[in-house]
Design a protein around this ligand. Structure first.
Ligand SMILES: Cc1cc2nc3c(=O)[nH]c(=O)nc-3n(C[C@H](O)[C@H](O)[C@H](O)COP(=O)(O)OP(=O)(O)OC[C@H]3O[C@@H](n4cnc5c(N)ncnc54)[C@H](O)[C@@H]3O)c2cc1C
Length: 312
């Protein structure tokens, strides 16, 4: 399986395959399992459906790099427009975005100033912006930018990856500034010099960080952004629930998060147990890298998707 995983991750950077799939009907059909649509209104319909089932949502406009200043500014304007649309429709949904979309590859100051603009719109709507974490090449710059914008009393939060050795120190650093964290395992292939190579170690790191976030001094107050444990791993979810209950943590003090289309059974179980659940809803025409990362996480998905296509 690790070979297939690496192959899928390297295919996620294949421009030709990307062009073919993103522009074909077959590609669109394949991706619909994990991607809510190509347009904002399709994403907001998925958000409304989640809200109807008692779950909150976070909207992610797929499109990973703002290669020019204009593209980065357009991405920020689109993010602001979707915050307005969410507010107009009265949806329970915040924003997730990547700083490379806001021009981080061009300049840290540009990405920071565009994040500030988007976060200001979020603030006006009593909403918030969760800054996704990309590969380790961006970790430090991403945290610096989140800290800069948060220091201006704007509603931004960070993501930490349990796979990285540095995340324990980063959690402490963010906690001291009152910045909320979404904890994930990490979706990027990283070298052993920076990240735990073995899954068992990543799982142990996730449990440890989750417990720190659930301790009385780790839970942050209710607001548009809360501390979040984002995983579909039943064992991690069971442990976190047991630990939260033993600490007397109330459901309003943190949330579980899962990706659109993945483990709906667990989403329902968490809701039934009385916890808060938020679903990450991606949409957009540039869905290929996101889709390939989801396949790489569970290569068995490939068989499942191909079987569905052949059966149709
Ligand atoms: C809300 C949310 C936001 C995220 N944001 C980021 C981010 O900003 N940066 C980042 O690096 N990563 C992010 N991720 C991805 C994360 O890092 C993992 O790659 C992803 O969640 C898979 O890991 P897992 O915790 O579910 O555990 P795994 O050990 O990978 O999986 C546990 C079980 O979950 C199910 N499962 C997991 N993935 C899939 C899948 N693709 N298809 C079907 N079943 C699956 C399977 O049953 C599997 O056995 C995010 C994840 C979530 C849920």
């Amino acid at each position: 399986m690790p070979v297939l995983k690496s192959l899928l991750m390297s295919l996620s950077r294949n421009a030709r395959l990307r062009r073919v799939l993103e522009t074909s009907r077959l590609g669109r059909r394949l991706s619909s399992r994990f991607v809510a649509g190509t347009r904002l209104d399709e994403a907001l319909a998925a958000v409304a459906a989640c809200n109807g089932q008692g779950m909150r949502a976070t909207r992610d406009h797929l499109g990973e790099t703002g290669d020019s200043r204009q593209q980065a500014e357009a991405a920020a304007a689109a993010a602001a427009a979707s915050l307005n649309a969410i507010a107009e429709r009265g949806l329970q949904c915040n924003l997730s975005l990547k700083l490379t979309q806001l021009g981080l590859d061009l300049s840290e100051d540009l990405a920071a100033s565009l994040l500030l603009q988007v976060a200001s719109v979020a603030s006006r709507h009593s909403n918030g912006v969760r800054v996704d974490m990309e590969s380790s090449a961006y970790t430090e710059a991403t945290l610096r930018i989140v800290e800069r914008v948060h220091a201006m009393s704007l509603p931004v939060g960070a993501v930490l990856q349990a796979s990285l050795y540095r995340s324990a120190a980063d959690r402490q650093r963010l906690r001291e500034q009152g910045i909320t964290v979404r904890l994930v395992k990490g979706a990027y292939l990283e070298p052993a010099s920076l990240a735990w190579p073995r899954k068992e170690d990543v799982d142990a790191s996730f449990d440890q960080l989750a417990e720190q976030m659930l301790r009385p001094d780790g839970c942050l107050p209710d607001g548009p952004l809360r501390n979040a444990l984002a995983t579909h791993d039943r064992e991690r979810l069971m442990r976190a629930q047991r630990f939260a209950a033993s600490m007397g943590v109330r459901p309003q003090q943190f949330e579980f998060q899962m990706l659109y289309g993945i483990r709906r059974d667990l989403q329902r179980d968490l809701l039934k147990a009385g916890w808060q659940v938020r679903i990450y809803i991606p949409y957009g025409t540039e869905w290929f890298p996101y889709f390939m990362r989801r396949l790489a996480e569970r290569p068995a998905n490939l068989v499942f998707l191909l079987r569905n296509v052949l059966a149709a």
